[in-house]
Design a protein around this ligand. Sequence first.
Ligand code: GLU
Length: 548
Amino acid sequence: MSKKIADLLFPNIDKTPDYYEKMYPERNLDDNAMVTRYGPSPTGSVHLGNLFSAFCDMVYARQSKGVFFLRIEDTDQKRAVEGGIDNITSILKSFAINPTEGYGIGGDYGPYIQSKRTEIYQTYVKDLIRRGLAYPCFMSEEEQQEIKEEQEVMKQKIGIYGHYATDRDLTYEEVKENLESGKDYVIRLKSPGNAEHQIEIKDAIKGKLKFPEHDIDTILLKKDGTPTYHLAHAIDDHLMHTTHVIRGDEWVSSIPLHVQLFEVLGFERPEYAHIAPITIKDSETGTIRKLSKRKDLWAGAKYYEESGIPIDALHLYLSTIANTNFEEWYLKNQDKNIEDFIFDFSKQGIGGTSFDSSKLENICKTYFSRKNGKEVFEETLSYAEKFDKNYADFLKDNKDLMIAFLNIEKDGPRPRKDIAKYSDVKEEFSYAIDSMFEKENYSKLNSSKDYDIDMIKRYIDIYNINDSKDEWFNRIKEFSINEGYSPNVKEYKKDPSKYKGHVGDVCEAIRVMVTGRDKSPDLYEILKILGKDKLNNRLELFKKYLNK
Ligand code: GLU
């Protein structure tokens, strides 16, 4: 009889699960190779937490020479937003999270978008109905609402199960009659579970987990014939031969249902690895909460790209969240890459990991400090091409000058750590841009100090671009003496009344005139890169600023 019901409900489904089992055979991979997948729903913006789970998918598959595929999970069309899919693929691309197979890439296990797999889901569901493991449920919304209210009052578990599951055993005639009268229906799992029994599963990250068996007749196909997430997850991960389901731990409570679905469908179950959320200490309440796209700037994936955080640095940061021993390893193996580290689920934190913006900033600064001027230049240029066209034009017109600036204090054991993101370059090296001095650079000086313009002018006259660093410093000391300044601080401190100031004050006046600030990288290098003509130009601008 159930076979007759199945045929009645799905007259157009003429295949059996066997057809798909043959169509998607085992993958030809090494025994330990992991097959992971990222299954985003196209619901709008991408969250750092989503990126983190995709990152984990990528590293585990990569290190085991496995497969990491992208599957678009658009079963909930109500939540889908226009452009959502393109947004996902472009964000993955800009974050260098590169699936090796899947949506937009191709592969032998597609289609990789759930809305194109309806026939597959219905084939398996038809088979479940035929085998008496699923059934059509014609209950109206109102009836279900009434049941829910009753269950709430009685403090019972919410859902359709036990005596609430009134459509479990409808006869063929009853089903036919309901169909003929045009009633809507869903297909429910005829849950074989008993909540008195316990199941135990081993999560790759969380370890042993125990749950009561699932005993609710969960919906498998919705009124429009499309699947619920649960059914699609079981069928897709089976047919696509996923070995490890890495996903956010908001799915932990669905484990009993998923385990049961794999059982009734006769599938071998993949391993689950539920990752803890990225948390943050709320600045207002002081409590630990999940990262929120609404409240936290860093939560939205776009932030990283737009503000110019280098992707490699972000990967390093995500690695420190992924495995607790990564940071120590990286400090000891600074010449190595993330690819050389072996990620291990057992080293993955169980509780939420707190987002640490200062750690991220530090990682970024170290990243920049290890790049030479040319590399920083090229990367900054490609960032600016996308987000700051005017600056990109400036960079292209001043390539050698900028590379020279970016190379200041790069050699040696402690290279400069002044840049944390591409957008910092414009700000940090603003003294490279003449027009910045007309607009804003001097106006950032908050000192009301009076600088001796004539002295600076005399300095420019004696400045010799060919001086070595020692010669340059000796010359400036000599100049200081001639101008009535002490050549060193010690002398000056002995009797300040004897001097106008000391050599440091002379340097400060020159530095402020040149850079618009009282701290900068090595002044000798800056002057040498700019050259005498530019120094004279800048002095004119400085005069204007000081109204002299
Ligand atoms: N589509 C699900 C989500 O966006 C994916 C969950 C999973 O990875 O299984 O949350």
